[in-house]
Every structure is written in structure tokens, then in C-alpha cells.
Design a protein around this ligand. Structure first.
Ligand SMILES: [Zn+2]
Length: 54
């Protein structure tokens, strides 16, 4: 699977998440931002930045 961080535009290593599914949350290993998985299609993962402001 392939995920590009929407914040830093780098490839995120999703091999750490072997059971990735929509609504999961992952962390970009480049910029450290939290990403919520929106969709996975044909190996391409779409994610959006999770607003951590509480
Ligand atoms: Zn990033």
C-alpha cells in the first residue's frame, strides 16, 4: 500500500500497519502528524490530517 502524507507530501511507511483500514489513525513517520485513513483503493491510501486541537 502507498500513502502520501497530505501535510509534508512524503511517503508514509504503512508497512507498520499491516491491517490498515478506513477510520484507522496512523502517524506520519516523516513529520509526525496524525492522519486518519479515509479510503483505500488499488493500494493507494487516502488520508486526511486529524485535527489534534482539543
Ligand atoms: Zn508527514
Amino acid at each position: 500500500m502507498h500513502l502520501v502524507c497530505p501535510e509534508c507530501k512524503n511517503d508514509v511507511d504503512v508497512s507498520r500497519y499491516p491491517h490498515l483500514a478506513p477510520a484507522d489513525v496512523v502517524e506520519c513517520d516523516v513529520c509526525g502528524i496524525t492522519l486518519g485513513i479515509e479510503n483505500i483503493a488499488d493500494g493507494e491510501v487516502a488520508a486526511e490530517v486529524v485535527d489534534e486541537g482539543k
